[in-house]
Structure formats: C-alpha cells, structure tokens
Design a protein around this ligand. Structure first.
Ligand code: UT7
Length: 344
C-alpha cells in the first residue's frame, strides 16, 4: 500500500485569560445577543503577557504533543508553522520554535490565513509520502489579539489566541491524509487584509495613524464567499473519496462563524453531532482552529474514522481534506490525562 502521512499525536496551547462578550460590551458598542446570534461566540482566550507571542504558544503545543507521543525534540525532522501573526517579519516562527524546543531539523512558516493549517498539513504530508522525512510537526498558531483593533466592533468580537499541533508519521495501512483540495483567489484581498508592516506599506507614523497595522474585514463579502468556498471544497472532497454523509464521522471546520459551519454541514448532509464546534469558547483563532478541534475531540476519535477538514480565509484561501484517523484517541487521553479526567 502507498505510504501516507498519518496524524499520530495532537497538542495544544490556550492562554488562561478569557475575553467574554460581557467584557466586549464594556469596550465597544456591541452586545452578547448580537455576537452569539451572528457568530456563535461567547468568549475567546487572550495572551496578555507582552513578552510572549505566537512562537511561545506554538512551542507549548509542540511540547505537549511530544510528551503525549513519548518523543523528544531530536525526533523531529521538519517543523511547519502556519500563522499570520509571526513573532516578527523574520526569522520565521518555525526557527524560533525549533530553537525553543532544542530540535535539530529544518522548517518554515506557511501564511495562508485561516486556511494555513490545512495547507501546512498538505505540505507536511508530501515530505512523509515522498520518504524524505519520518516525523513532521505541523503547527497552527495565531496571536490574533496583537493585530486586532479593540475599538472596531466589526472585528474585535471575532478573534482569539491559541495554538494546536499535530505530528505526521508514515503509514502503509491506508490511514492518514488521503486527499486534499486547495484554492486561492487574490481578488479577495480588499475584503480581508492587514496592510501595514509589509513592503508596500512599511511601518511609519502615518501607517500607524491610519491603523493599517490592524486586520480589517468586510464581513459580509467574506461571509458570502466563505459559505460557498468551504461547502464546495468539503463536498468536492467527499465526492473525490466516494464518501457519503454516513461515511463521514466528523466535519472539522474552520471556526469563523457558526452560520458558515452550519451551511457547510447542511451541504454535506451531516447532522449536528457530526460537526466539531468550539467557536463558542475560543472564537476564531485563525490557523489554530482545526488542530484545536482535533485536540478537543481527540478522546472521541477512533482508528478508521473519516474526517473532513475544511477552511476558508483571507486571500482568499480555502480548501478541504480527507483524513482517515489512525489511532484510538481514548487510549492516548487515558494514559496522558488519567482515567478520572477522561471519565468526566
Ligand atoms: O476566518 C476568516 C474568514 N472570515 C469569516 O469567515 C468571517 C465572515 N463574516 C462573518 O462572519 C460575518 O459577516 C460577521 C460576523 C463578521 C458579521 O455578521 P453579518 O451578519 O455579516 O453582519 P454585517 O456585517 O452585515 O452587519 C450587520 C449590522 C451592521 O449594522 P447596520 O449597517 O445594519 O446598521 C453592523 O454595523 O451589524 C452591525 N455590527 C454590529 N452590531 C453589534 C457589526 N458588528 C457589530 C457588533 N455588535 N460587534
């Protein structure tokens, strides 16, 4: 059988501090009812420590993963970090993570906004499938709070901070990443971007005065494209794999808006209980949403489960992938967290 890339471990990091809808009501002209009905979000996590950023969260997620898998940093061949909030323009966050972990490998960042983790997964899988590498760390991490304007109600209610990581290892029994589709459409640039700090608008007093160092979004335009793009890609991956709704154990959707997720699930013919949802607790963590879902549902996942991952984000970027899950998550959860925690 072909050599595929299977996810063999999952790690995560979430900052302790919570920003609730009630907190936001005190900051901008918004209300809990609007936020919950339009997005599905109740609270988000915020990394407050100014000395820590994306590399820190990514490293913590990687450490948890290595611990769970019983591996050390020396076992990693390649580190891919999907992020739109790197610690700095360069060096890549992957370099900072490698150094913090004490790994001896190579790596690079992938910038595809909310689709970043999906793209990084496909990229990492190629290095396993080709036989070049045995263990690839794929991390999705974003400190969105550092690029959000907390005076702009149209965007500040949406995002949160977090990181998730998966380990890819070879499989020859038909498990792992079996297929993927990816798309970009740069004509979406005006609707979701952060213009300041790049080579077109390097940081100046003027760019800061114009608040170009913050992300901005025309929500309605992005919404229209996201509903179509995410659902189309998810349905396409089902058709390519000959999967019916019954065959799919979970949709693992990017967590930008509950209504986009519901529309995607409906197009796939999936009932609610087959959809991973944690937007309520974390908001949109950009590249971290998919691995955070995998982390939260790990204990439920069984070897052989078909997962459809789907995302849509700035660029525009979007895609979907089909993973046949490679291990019984309950076993990992039991040995890592202890029986008491799993039973809860
Ligand atoms: O993850 C990357 C990809 N991003 C996405 O997929 C996000 C896609 N877009 C969305 O999720 C939705 O468009 C939003 C949640 C951002 C906005 O929801 P919407 O239903 O599209 O609202 P809207 O932008 O059409 O605004 C409706 C109204 C406006 O007022 P008027 O013009 O009708 O008087 C807004 O000014 O809601 C107002 N509004 C708010 N009201 C209270 C906008 N933000 C807020 C707010 N609180 N936070």
């Amino acid at each position: 059988m072909n050599r595929t890339a299977a996810i063999t471990a999952v790690g995560h990091f979430l900052p302790e501090d919570r920003l609730t809808n009630a907190d936001l009501e005190r900051m901008v002209d918004t209300n809990d009812e609007w936020i919950r009905s339009r997005t599905g979000i109740r609270e988000r996590r915020i990394l407050r420590d100014p000395d820590k950023a994306t590399a820190y969260m990514a490293t913590e997620a990687a450490r948890e993963l290595l611990d769970k898998r019983g591996l050390g940093p020396e076992d990693i061949d390649l580190i891919l970090v999907a992020t739109v909030t790197p610690d700095m323009v360069f060096p890549a966050t992957a370099c900072l993570v490698q150094d913090a972990l004490g790994a001896q490998c190579w790596g690079f960042d992938i910038e595809a906004a909310c689709s970043g983790f999906l793209y990084a997964l496909t990229t990492g899988a190629k290095f396993i499938e080709s036989g070049k590498h045995e263990r690839v760390l794929v991390i999705g991490a974003d400190t969105m709070s550092r690029i959000i304007d907390y005076t702009d109600r149209t965007i500040c209610v949406l995002f949160g901070d977090g990181a998730g990581a998966v380990l890819l290892e070879p499989d020859t029994e038909g498990y792992g990443l079996l297929d993927s589709v990816e798309y970009i459409d740069g004509s979406g640039e005006p609707f979701l971007n952060m213009k300041g700090g790049g080579s077109l608008h390097p940081a100046t007093h003027e760019t800061v005065e114009q608040r170009l160092h913050y992300a901005r979004q025309e929500g309605r335009q992005v919404f229209k494209n996201a509903v179509v793009g995410m659902a189309d890609a998810a349905v396409e991956i089902m058709e390519r794999g000959g999967l019916t709704a019954d065959d799919v154990r979970y949709l693992v959707p990017h967590q930008a808006n509950l209504r986009i997720i519901d529309a995607t699930a409906r197009r796939m013919g999936l009932p609610e209980d087959k959809v991973m949802l944690n937007i309520e607790r974390y908001g949109n963590t950009t590249a971290a949403t998919l691995p955070l879902c995998l982390h939260d549902w790990e204990a439920e996942l069984k070897r052989g489960d078909n997962l459809v991952l789907a995302a849509f984000g700035g660029g525009f970027t979007w895609g979907a992938s089909h993973i046949r899950w490679a291990y019984d998550g309950a076993d990992v959860a039991r040995s890592y967290l202890g029986e008491a925690v799993v039973a809860q």
